[in-house]
Design a binder for this molecule. Structure first.
Ligand code: PTJ
Length: 258
C-alpha cells in the first residue's frame, strides 16, 4: 500500500487532498466536479466532459505547455483591448474555477454570463448563486432576451447586453458549434479546451489547450502584467500569436509526448 492510498474517495473538503500527491490537480478537479453535481451546478454529462479533459491533460503531462503560455498571453491582450469582453460560464466552469473567473472578470473588466447546454431555471440560479458566493456582483445569462443566429439548441440563448453585445467572448469547455456561430457574428472567441481537435478550439481566434484550472489564473497573471502596456504593444502580442501553430504544437505534444 502506498502512502497515497490513504487518500479517501470520500474526501469531504478539497483541503484534505494532499498537495504533494502526483495527481493532485486531477484529484482536485474530480472533487470539484463531484461537488458541482451534488450542488446542482454541474450536469451529470459534465463528468463525461471531465473524463475526456483529464485524459488529454495526462497526455500533455499535466502542465501548461509553451504554446499555451503564448495563447494565454494573447488572450489577456485581446481581453484588455476589448470594448466589451464576456466570460461564458457553464456547469463545469462554475464548479472548477468560480473564484478564478470572478477575478479574471474583475482584472479585465469583463461580464460573466451563464450559458448552458442543459439549460434549466434551477441550474441557472444555482450557478449564478455559486458565482455570487465567490464574489461576483453581476451575473448575466438569466434574461436570455437575445439569440445567437443559426444555433438551434439552448446555448443560443444569450443576454442582449451580454454575449450578444460582446466583441470578445471566452468560451471554455464545450466541444460544439457555438464558437463558430459567434465568429460568424464577428466576435473574437478565446476557447479553453484540453482537446486541440475539439470543434471549438479549431475555430477559435485564440485556442488555449490547457486545463482551465491552470489557464484562467495564467490569463489573469498576464493581464495584470500587461495592465500598463500600450494599445500598440497589446496589438503586437495579438498579431504575433499564431493559432494554427498553437494547435499543432498541442497535438504534437499529445501524440508524441515530446
Ligand atoms: O453545463 P452545461 O449544461 O452547459 O454542459 C456542459 C458540458 C461540459 C457537459 C458540455 O459543454 C459538454 O458536453 O462538453 P463536451 O462536449 O464534453 O466538451 C467539453 C470539452 O472540454 C472536451 O473537449 C474536454 O476535453 C474539455 N475539458 C474537460 N475538462 C477540461 C477541459 N478543458 C480544459 N480544462 C478542463 N478541466
Amino acid at each position: 500500500m502506498s502512502e497515497y492510498d490513504t487518500v479517501s474517495a470520500e474526501v469531504e473538503h478539497e483541503e484534505e487532498i494532499p498537495e504533494d500527491h502526483p495527481r493532485y490537480e486531477d484529484l482536485l478537479t474530480r472533487h470539484r466536479i463531484e461537488r458541482g453535481v451534488e450542488k446542482g451546478i454541474t450536469h451529470l454529462q459534465g463528468m463525461h466532459a471531465e473524463g475526456r479533459g483529464s485524459a488529454f491533460d495526462y497526455l500533455l503531462g499535466e502542465e501548461t505547455i509553451p504554446s499555451a503560455v503564448e495563447a494565454e498571453r494573447a488572450a489577456a491582450a485581446h481581453l484588455l483591448l476589448a470594448d466589451h469582453p464576456v466570460l461564458s460560464i457553464n456547469g463545469n466552469v462554475a464548479a472548477l474555477v468560480p473564484a478564478e473567473m470572478v477575478e479574471l472578470a474583475d482584472v479585465v473588466d469583463a461580464d460573466l454570463e451563464v450559458n448552458l447546454f442543459n439549460r434549466t431555471p434551477e441550474r441557472l440560479e444555482a450557478i449564478a448563486d455559486h458565482l455570487r458566493e465567490h464574489g461576483a456582483e453581476d451575473v448575466k445569462g438569466l434574461e436570455a432576451d437575445a439569440r445567437i443566429p443559426r444555433l438551434d439548441h439552448q446555448r443560443a440563448k444569450v443576454d442582449a447586453d451580454g454575449i450578444y453585445d460582446a466583441d470578445v467572448v471566452v468560451v471554455p469547455l464545450e466541444d460544439g458549434d457555438r464558437a463558430e456561430a459567434l465568429a460568424e457574428m464577428g466576435k473574437t472567441e478565446i476557447v479553453i479546451d484540453l482537446n486541440p481537435l475539439s470543434r471549438s478550439p479549431q475555430v477559435a481566434e485564440v485556442p488555449i489547450v490547457d486545463n482551465i484550472i491552470r489557464a484562467v489564473p495564467n490569463i489573469t497573471e498576464h493581464a495584470r502584467d500587461l495592465a500598463d502596456a500600450s494599445g500598440e504593444e497589446l496589438e503586437a502580442i495579438v498579431k504575433e500569436f499564431d493559432r494554427k501553430r498553437a494547435l499543432e504544437a498541442a497535438e504534437e505534444r499529445i501524440r508524441s509526448g515530446l
